[in-house]
Write a protein that binds this ligand. Structure first.
Ligand SMILES: [Zn+2]
Length: 167
């Protein structure tokens, strides 16, 4: 693939186009190869998305270094979400289905990190429930919190991350 083609592909990619100014997908932390973002849908408290920082559309294309570093991201993020909100376990998924709804798919590897809760959790005056705990979560269940709450969640997770920085 020529550089020009690669640039054109990444220009049309919302993950490559993400910037820290994005009001819906808020930055949490990053490593050499991965970036962790708080997702707008907080139906499951602390739901995050982990972007591969280069444009690639297939897990089979990951390098060993990227894969090993992904493990450290899992460890840090799970540790932080357990201590911040009492998450019991996590559903990790790499779908990329939406990219294939169009004629010329342009997927970009990203993982959904979805914390699961045995009991309702109240944070910042809002109660978050996980009615399907023990089963797959409902991907259509949407809970859009305010911008202020999003920032409060980011602050709390980042605080917890400082306790899980050394893996
Ligand atoms: Zn991309």
């Amino acid at each position: 693939m020529s550089d020009k083609t690669a640039n054109e592909i990444s220009m049309n990619c919302p993950i490559c186009g993400w910037t820290p100014e994005n009001p819906d997908y808020l930055f949490l932390f990053e490593t050499t190869f991965w970036r962790v973002i708080l997702a707008p849908n907080q139906s499951l408290l602390g739901r995050c998305v982990v972007h591969l920082k280069r444009h690639s559309g297939d897990l089979a294309d990951l390098s060993p270094d990227e894969l090993m570093e992904w493990l450290t991201v899992v460890q840090r993020l799970e540790g932080a979400l357990r201590s911040a909100f009492g998450a019991v376990m996590f559903n990790w998924s790499c779908y990329m289905n939406h990219s294939y709804r169009v004629e010329s798919p342009n997927p970009h590897v990203h993982w959904w990190a979805v914390p699961r809760y045995k009991q309702p959790v109240t944070f910042g005056g809002v109660t978050f429930d996980d009615p399907h705990f023990g089963n797959p979560y409902d991907p259509h269940q949407w809970f859009d919190v305010t911008g202020e709450m999003r920032q409060t969640l980011v602050d709390r997770i980042q605080q917890a991350l400082t306790m899980h920085s050394a893996v």
